[in-house]
Design a protein around this ligand. Structure first.
Ligand code: PHE
Ligand code: FE
Length: 313
């Protein structure tokens, strides 16, 4: 899930929610998937667990096993610890109520089921109250490697494990509150870039080397390899202002990954009031997804190999 005002690639976030949500809801009603289901005013539904097919469970299992093996030595320890602590099911689509028992006890977060992307302010309101909206439905087998919208695997496997981490859990709540504020200040584009480059596509530096923490990477087999191993993309040290000026890719792997030193760094850097920061940044030019700028802490300058010339968002 993401608040960004864009339509995503692969198992990632998206925006353009009005169109997408309507289409998704319509499709689910037509397929009878939501019959007897009440769509609440906060866009949540009771997770329709009885609607999962054997194919859905098999798809979950396949993705889970593939990513769990892939992520060994690639994802940050906090993520693996989250998976273990939650006891997230590997053989079938997790029951949100079960996940929530553990999650609630650990950090007071909850996963709530939604039919698909929700309006930005609804999304922020959930985060601000420690509820993570997760698409309940699973991608089709032919979409195993690529789909446009976030499905249950992306949302639950990708996003939920880190909600067990106290610092990350606080960051997500603060982000939700910051989103409501940014909406009032007309700065959602800038705040969405921060989410994109951290929560979805962030890397973290550890004594063992760079590790993944972004959910968009974690739930993608291809990008789990590319983000760490490829010489093509830039890898640049986290810089809040810089990130909020940087456009991004929604249809290809990222051209630049930003690297945090710790979740504390992320939380501390975003603690100050952004009210005056937004107009300051608005006055500066934006940066392209693949640009290297003056003052960047460059960890790796990308070879730019394979980069198309289509536009960044
Ligand atoms: N501190 C930001 C503000 O005052 C809110 C925020 C917190 C934004 C955390 C992003 C992440 O607007
Ligand atoms: Fe997401």
């Amino acid at each position: 899930m993401t608040p960004s005002a864009t339509t995503p690639r692969a198992d990632q976030p998206a925006g353009n929610f009005a169109g997408t949500l309507t289409a998704k809801l319509k499709e689910q009603f037509e397929e009878g998937l939501l019959s007897g289901q009440e769509l609440r005013s906060d866009f949540t539904i009771a997770q329709p667990v009885h609607r999962y097919t054997d194919t859905d469970h098999a798809t979950w299992r396949k993705l889970y096993d593939r990513q769990a093996a892939m992520l060994e030595g690639r994802v940050c320890d906090e993520f693996l610890q989250g998976l273990a602590t939650l006891g997230m099911a590997r053989d079938r689509v997790p029951d949100f109520d079960q996940l929530n028992e553990m999650l609630m006890r650990a950090t007071g977060w909850q996963v709530v089921a939604v039919p698909g992307l929700v309006p930005d302010e609804v999304f922020f309101e959930h985060l601000a109250n420690r509820r993570f909206p997760a698409s309940w439905w699973m991608r089709k087998p032919e979409q195993i490697d690529y789909l446009q919208e976030p499905d249950c695997f992306h949302d639950v496997f990708g996003h939920v494990p880190l909600l067990i981490n106290p610092v990350f859990a606080d960051y997500m709540e603060a982000y939700g509150k910051g989103g409501l504020k940014a909406a009032r200040l007309g700065a959602l584009d800038m705040l969405a870039r921060l989410y994109w480059y951290t929560v979805e596509f962030g890397l973290i530096r550890t004594p063992q080397g760079l590790r993944i923490f972004g959910a968009g990477i974690v739930s993608s087999q291809g990008e789990s390899i590319y983000s760490l191993d490829s010489a093509s993309p830039n890898r640049i040290g986290f810089d809040l202002r810089r990130i909020m000026r940087t456009r991004y890719r929604i249809d290809t792997f990222q051209k630049t990954y930003f690297v945090i030193d710790s979740f504390e760094q992320l939380f501390d850097a975003t603690r100050p009031d952004f009210t005056d920061l937004y107009p300051t940044l608005r006055a500066l030019p934006t940066l392209g997804a693949g640009d290297i700028a003056e003052g960047d802490r460059v960890i790796h300058a990308g070879t730019r190999e394979g980069w198309g010339d289509s536009d960044d968002i």
